[in-house]
Design a protein around this ligand. Structure first.
Ligand SMILES: [Mn+2]
Length: 210
């Protein structure tokens, strides 16, 4: 499945499309990022992850392609990462963050330090970025329909202000929005996710002068 995802994204990007992938289990991001890694070869890009969880475990529930491992696979691809909105990590992940000196903007820090946006933008080491949004990074009162909700998280204006700046100041080569798990009799999560995609299209259009 990851291979098919990779080939599909590669084809779309090579056709000149700007891809916004939607899902789905967060491990899908592995296939998508591999496509960009192949297209951009040795030109580095940073993977910016908005997420409640570190997703840095080596393996989870018997698979190295579990949603809890997606960023570990990306670090193995030797791409720089910035993690934003994190508020749930295990010991293994905390150790890896220390050992590899990974850049993490925790949800609590985001809530109380409004200058996090400037600091996060300034911490990006490359001009090109790939953006992966796990919807559980956002406050679950805005998007309750996710697989693993966590209290806290980014609010709408904090998130969109950051994203707007990111698209303005960096070249976003692609993005994905993952982990939507609809709730019966509510469209709040789907609507917010759709609105977020609409925003991303707008930011890219502004940045690229479409
Ligand atoms: Mn995730």
């Amino acid at each position: 499945m990851l291979k098919v995802t990779q080939e599909t994204v590669e084809k779309l990007v090579n056709d000149g499309k700007f891809v916004i992938a939607i899902g789905g289990e967060h491990s899908i991001t592995n296939g998508i990022v591999k496509a960009y890694k192949k297209i951009y070869l040795d030109e580095k890009f940073t993977v910016i992850q908005i997420d409640a969880h570190g997703d840095l475990r080596y393996e989870y529930e018997g698979s190295i392609y579990n949603h809890a491992c997606v960023m570990r696979r990306i670090i193995e691809m030797e791409l720089p990462t910035i993690q934003i909105g994190i508020r749930a990590i295990c010991k293994e992940e905390a150790n890896l963050i220390k050992e590899k000196n990974l850049t993490v903007f925790r949800a609590r820090e985001i809530a109380i330090q409004p200058d996090w946006i400037e600091r996060a933008i300034a911490s990006i080491p490359t001009q090109r970025v790939f953006l992966t949004i796990d919807l559980d990074g956002i406050d679950p009162t805005l998007i309750p329909g996710v697989g693993t909700p966590e209290p806290g998280g980014l609010n709408w204006y904090s998130l969109t202000t950051f994203l707007r700046k990111l698209f303005e100041l960096h070249e976003v080569i692609g993005c994905d929005i993952m982990e939507l798990a609809p709730i019966v009799d509510s469209v709040v999560s789907e609507f917010t996710a759709a609105k977020l995609i609409y925003k991303l299209i707008g930011y890219q259009a502004l940045a690229q002068g479409w």
